[in-house]
Design a protein around this ligand. Structure first.
Ligand code: ZN
Ligand code: ZN
Length: 390
């Protein structure tokens, strides 16, 4: 979620099923980050073991896609199955050509058009543990990490139907929240998640879409100005300072400058915007800014026409073509010299909700996680739900 600008849609909570039902629900995560893979090697770690379709396995085994089936190779015994359900007791290492991660819970492996696809099921607190570790590796302060864990848990409950059509709750990328499994979880993460177990933020008695991002650059952004959303009155722009001090000024990407050769920029526009190799770039003009200084829209002028484009779309197109580090946020000004077009920007990420660098600073200054949350989310209530055993 750090870098994601994708559009989001809120769920309507049914009157019949109270939302807190979600607290006791398992979370299904589609492990899309593995990409198109045709083989996997699975190893139970230390004293762990797994059950595959009721059969106990303690050693390493391999899985391949084979036509429309799954080939399971365990100790040189080969079987062909429609799908494989791995119940993990402990932790397993799952290795593909490019990736090696550790997982708990249950993993269902399917053959989707010749490629292996995994869905991992864990309980909410384990999901929060993994995401908190994945999304806060750059944060130091435990109170700030606690605040982020509460945001992650709230978001997990509010946004649980994002991938309903694909048959799981979340993907493992920043499109939802980054979920990298359970390898080398930091002690700070365990502490932050344990100490906030069952705690979420509510607005109007419903869990909130608790967005967060790396560095706001001085002020956070209204959700309405990024996604045209009017239903999130708790996601409003706040100045990220206390007294005279900007909280995230030491954060990576607080200020940045990117220079792109005009020839290269023109080639990018010809390919992705003009869709015409002969059209010439003239200038960027008529930049409209939001209240917090982010680009709402701009015009790209060519020798043939004027194309109006939203700040978010511009960010997306440029990110896909020139890399996501080129333009780190939509808070930028544009200038040019003979050779280059120059973007001077503030912050890293969409700027909505909690600024992680600012939160880390607040923690360092002695603020508690509830103070941090109240600074970034407007009018929220922090509520603790019990799992029945704590
Ligand atoms: Zn997703
Ligand atoms: Zn900030």
């Amino acid at each position: 979620m750090l870098k994601s600008f994708h559009s989001i849609s809120p769920i309507r909570f049914s009157v019949l099923i109270p939302w807190f039902f979600f607290l006791s629900m398992d979370i299904k995560i589609g492990l899309v980050s593995y990409g198109n893979i045709t083989s996997l090697s699975i190893t139970p770690i230390e004293k762990s073991f797994v059950y595959i379709n009721e059969k106990k396995i303690e050693n390493s085994f391999d899985i391949y896609s084979y036509k429309d089936k799954i080939k399971l190779d365990e100790d040189n015994k080969v079987s062909f199955l429609k799908e494989v359900k791995i119940k993990i007791n402990g932790t397993v290492k799952i290795k593909s050509k490019k990736k090696e991660r550790y997982y708990k819970g249950t993993i269902e492996v399917k053959n989707l058009k010749g490629f292996l696809f995994m869905v991992n099921t864990v309980d909410l607190e384990d999901y929060v543990l993994s995401v908190t570790d994945s999304e806060t590796r750059h944060m130091k302060n435990v109170e700030a990490i606690k605040a982020n864990a509460i945001a992650i848990r709230s978001y997990a409950i509010a946004a649980g139907n994002r991938h309903e059509k694909q048959g799981y709750n979340f993907c493992d990328l920043t499109h939802c929240q980054l979920y990298k499994g359970f390898k080398d979880i930091r002690e700070k993460t365990y502490k932050a998640v344990r100490e906030t177990s069952g705690v979420i933020m509510e607005f109007d008695k419903k869990p909130i879409w608790a967005m967060y991002h790396s560095v706001c650059g001085g002020a956070t952004e209204n959700a309405k100005d990024v996604w045209n959303y009017d239903t999130m009155p708790y996601l409003v722009s706040v100045k990220d300072d206390i007294g005279f001090k900007t909280l995230c000024s030491e954060g990576w990407g607080y200020r940045w400058r990117t220079k792109i050769r005009i020839k290269r920029f023109e080639r990018f526009l010809q390919k992705s915007v003009f869709k015409n190799k002969a059209e010439k770039f003239v200038e960027i003009s008529n930049i409209v800014y939001t209240h917090s200084g982010r680009v709402k829209s701009l015009d790209i002028i060519s020798d043939k026409r004027k194309i109006a484009i939203s700040g978010i779309n511009f960010y997306h197109i440029i990110g896909r073509e020139l890399g996501w580090m080129a333009i780190k946020s939509t808070a930028f000004t544009v200038s040019r010299d003979n050779k280059y077009i120059i973007f001077d920007g503030k912050g890293y990420g969409h700027g909505v909700g909690m600024c992680q660098a600012g939160a880390d600073k607040m923690g360092e200054l002695g603020y508690a996680c509830k103070d941090i949350l109240n600074h970034y989310y407007e009018g929220i209530k922090i509520v603790k739900y019990s799992y029945g055993n704590d």
